[in-house]
Design a protein around this ligand. Structure first.
Ligand SMILES: Cc1cc2nc3c(=O)[nH]c(=O)nc-3n(C[C@H](O)[C@H](O)[C@H](O)COP(=O)(O)OP(=O)(O)OC[C@H]3O[C@@H](n4cnc5c(N)ncnc54)[C@H](O)[C@@H]3O)c2cc1C
Length: 412
């Protein structure tokens, strides 16, 4: 008689923590291993869309709204897009919202706090074993078993199935996937925390500034609780490499010299060193293999247009758990059985990722992008479409349809 299958999750960020929590919800035990100890920082814009709240709700966590309404989180009611001429398009996530009376669809919380909230839920679960301060430095597959661990720490594990939730530079994927992913659509981001930035939105609208020198990337200012702000920029990695751009220098130039920002940052104070991190965009072609599933950034599930990855990471954790519920009884973790995970993930996310890629491509044409921003200021249908873009894939579909632009072009 065989014992229960051993499930190990590498990485306890949003993807790994969600997978462990969904497994526990279905009575399945797992071990989750992270090189850091929590609370730990993660370079990010810290903006969580309605998708994150949706997954928390699915987990049936009592009082999950409490984190969102706590002091270290700021309700976010929308997004302000700025074209290359600083032309503003203010788009609420919800039409006719009442900020005082309702829970906002989005929120902004430093990842050190949000990820630690997820870990606090993990720690309450008796079916989850959390191992911190353990960087996995080797993986070896032998037959149907994966051996892995860290020799220096003298920590060694063996598993039937690995959930690789170890982020953008996934070592598990490198060691255990037979196909190496294309990296042509990766981006590089820089994040800085400030206090004293002028002109932050009172309803927590996030600001995306499509500056000519960054396209198809953008500069962002996201307001945080306590009057702080998460400020940063993201650019495609191939452009950074080709043009030999120093992102820190470019960032400082934007903040200190750009006519739109220099006054707003005049008395602002940098409260944490700037940090860089990669953003794998658009989804890898293969996200499973023998004994392994790739989750979150390890699967490159970041949205190419918005840069949003937390929600998709949590959804991939949920879908991995859903599949394992079926596979655990027979302990069948062959690639033929696990490929069902690719289908589950892409059935849910492929359209959305493809459309966002098209929209990312659109921003490479500043004149067209500015035109759309300007038109949208006077066109209710377009404004409402963009309004729901972060929440509703069907509406995003409209944005990729050429007929839609013809209507905008010749319509009112
Ligand atoms: C500059 C920037 C801005 C962003 N802005 C936003 C935003 O505003 N909103 C949004 O939704 N998304 C944003 N993202 C994307 C978002 O940060 C990621 O999509 C998200 O963190 C993915 O979660 P994850 O759990 O897959 O990986 P991670 O959050 O990276 O977690 C991976 C975990 O694995 C651990 N780990 C790594 N290697 C090992 C190892 N060898 N052994 C053990 N543990 C290991 C790490 O310590 C970490 O805890 C941004 C990303 C960047 C870089």
């Amino acid at each position: 008689m065989q014992g229960q299958a051993k499930i190990h999750i590498i990485g306890a960020g949003p993807a790994g923590a969600s997978a462990a929590l969904f497994l526990a919800k279905h009575g399945i035990a797992s071990v989750i291993i992270d090189k850091a100890s929590f609370p730990r920082d993660k370079v990010c814009g810290d903006a969580c869309s309605g998708k994150v709240a949706w997954v928390l709700k699915k987990l049936d966590i009592p009082n999950w709204q409490e984190f969102i309404s706590k002091n270290d989180s700021l309700a976010s009611w929308g997004v302000k897009f700025y074209g290359t001429k600083n032309n503003e398009l203010r788009v609420p996530f919800k039409l006719n919202y009442k900020a005082e009376a309702e829970l906002a669809p989005g929120f902004i919380a430093k990842r050190i706090d949000f990820d630690n909230y997820l870990i606090s839920l993990v720690k309450k679960e008796s079916l989850i074993e959390l191992v911190e301060n353990c960087s996995i430095s080797y993986f070896r597959r032998e037959g149907k078993t994966v051996f892995f661990g860290n020799d220096k720490l003298n920590k060694h594990f063996q598993s039937d199935i690995i959930l690789a939730a170890d982020g953008a530079y996934s070592y598990a994927a490198k060691c255990l996937m037979s196909s190496s992913p294309l990296e042509e659509n990766n981006a590089l981001g820089l994040r800085a925390y400030y206090k004293g930035v002028k002109g932050l939105d009172k309803d927590g609208f996030i600001e995306l500034h499509f500056l000519e020198e960054l396209l198809p990337g953008y500069f962002w200012i996201f307001p945080l609780a306590n009057g702080e702000a998460n400020v940063g920029l993201g650019m495609k990695s191939d452009l950074v490499k080709k043009k030999r751009i120093n992102l820190k220098e470019l960032f400082e130039k934007v903040v200190k010299e750009h006519p739109t920002f220099k006054d707003r940052f005049e008395h602002a104070e940098l409260i944490d060193p700037m940090k860089l991190h990669g953003l794998p965009l658009g989804g890898h072609k293969n996200i499973s293999d023998d004994n392994i599933l790739l989750l979150g950034d390890a699967a490159a599930l970041i949205d190419p247009f918005t840069g949003e990855g937390i929600g998709n990471a949590m959804i991939s954790g949920m879908l991995a758990a859903e599949l394992l519920i079926d596979l655990v009884p027979d302990r069948n973790f062959s690639k033929e059985a696990l490929v069902a995970y690719d289908k589950l993930v892409y059935r849910r996310l492929a359209n959305e990722l493809k459309l966002s890629k098209k929209m990312q491509d659109l921003t490479s044409y500043p004149w067209l992008f500015n035109f759309i921003v300007n038109k949208a200021r006077g066109n209710k249908e377009l404004r409402e479409t963009i309004s729901c873009m972060f929440e509703n894939v069907d509406l995003r579909k409209k944005l990729s349809n050429p007929l839609f632009y013809l209507r905008v072009l010749f319509g009112s």
